[in-house]
Design a protein around this ligand. Structure first.
Ligand code: SF4
Ligand code: SF4
Length: 349
């Protein structure tokens, strides 16, 4: 099953993003967010600690760029600024931000508390759903807890995130500057989550913008955000690419490389069982395998892996396994085991 990136992103991007966002990508069918499997206790003895059902993976304080706040407000007149500036957050010319305490607390729970420590639950999380789904930022739009294409899928989604974060920075700066926010303020502020959280940790505080920073928009911030959304809606893809041509080109090239890598099957000539994999028998038909996370697979995968010894070519190892085990596994499935890192090239030790 395939989908496209545009299907999963805020609609405001539809006319702005390059062709790779319309290209087919595999559906991330391992991540079932409706019935979050990361919240389920491990069905077998393992090191998996479930995520909290109170938060799922939304233990994260997001920055929402100004034009996405504007689209959120413009798309439904009953929405107000209070919806995005609840306790622990404030509004700025670049968007709706978590305060320094929220950012610092988030860095404290990492890595083990992610998905598990509800002290940083996102204020937009509502009864298992995202309250700002159509307006969520680059990090939220691209987070996947598992990847059907394994390590290559992970790299792809990180490249999408990095490209979108570049777009967020270019668009948020453009909107704010074009609407008269002073360059002096913009020099010291960033819509980049990683930069902002590092600054919060370094300084321990983050002053909200003053009325002087907002300028003429101070008494009409909601109008400011709507004007940001309007600017983005009427912007061309060419104009966007021209805002920061070098950064745009570099992050786009990285995304294209990651897309090609994920969608072009390449099987090494020799593979061996990953020495890091833990096999956890389940029943007659299925087993669990754990490297970074638990994967349920047919029980026959475990004896199958032993045929790949790093010295026998993959096609010959597969023929032998099929004959000995009475199965008819195809090369595509070996590709899948390779992508999930159950089989690794010799360099992986
Ligand atoms: S992406 Fe988040 S909500 Fe979806 S399955 Fe994974 S942990 Fe659960
Ligand atoms: S904005 Fe939505 S997706 Fe992102 S952390 Fe909050 S609830 Fe989750």
């Amino acid at each position: 099953m395939t989908t496209s990136l545009l299907n999963q992103l805020p609609a405001i991007y539809a006319h702005l993003l390059p062709p790779v966002f319309s290209a087919p990508i595999p559906q991330e069918s391992y991540a079932n967010c409706r019935s979050c499997h990361m919240c389920e206790p491990s069905p077998v003895p393992s090191t998996h600690i479930p995520f909290s059902v109170a938060s799922k993976c939304c233990t994260f304080p997001p920055i929402i760029p100004n034009y996405l706040v504007g689209a959120y407000l413009a798309d439904d007149p009953s929405r107000t600024l209070d919806d995005v500036s609840m306790p622990g957050r404030h509004v700025t010319p670049l968007g709706a931000f978590p305060n320094a305490e929220s950012l610092i607390q988030y860095t404290r729970i990492l890595p083990d508390g992610f998905g598990r420590d509800s002290s940083t639950i996102c204020p937009f999380y509502q009864n298992g759903d995202c309250g700002v789904w159509g307006y969520r930022n680059a990090i939220c739009s691209t987070y996947q807890c598992k990847h059907v294409k394994g390590i290559r899928g992970k790299r792809f989604w990180e490249a999408v995130r990095d490209f979108l974060q570049c777009i967020e920075g270019l668009l948020a700066d453009y909107c704010a500057h074009d609407l008269g926010i002073s360059p002096t303020y913009l020099t010291h502020a960033s819509v980049d989550f990683f930069v902002t959280s590092q600054l919060a940790v370094a300084h321990g505080t983050m002053a909200p913008p003053t009325d002087d920073d907002w300028g003429d928009w101070a008494p009409k911030k909601a109008d400011f955000y709507r004007a940001c959304a309007q600017r983005v809606r009427t912007l061309s893809a060419e104009a966007l690419a021209g805002f920061g041509p070098h950064r745009y080109a570099i992050t786009h090239a990285n995304l294209m490389d990651a897309y090609t890598d994920m969608t072009t099957p390449t099987l090494p000539l020799y593979l061996k069982k990953n020495p890091r994999v833990t096999h956890i028998p389940f029943d007659d038909t299925a087993s669990f395998f754990q490297i970074d996370y638990l994967l349920k697979m047919p029980a026959v995968v475990w004896p199958l892996l032993d045929y790949f010894d790093g010295a026998t070519p993959v096609d010959r190892a597969l023929s032998r396994a099929n004959a000995d085990l009475g199965i008819c596994v195809e090369t595509d499935y070996i590709q899948h085991l390779f992508e999930q890192q159950l089989l690794v090239p010799l360099l992986n030790g």
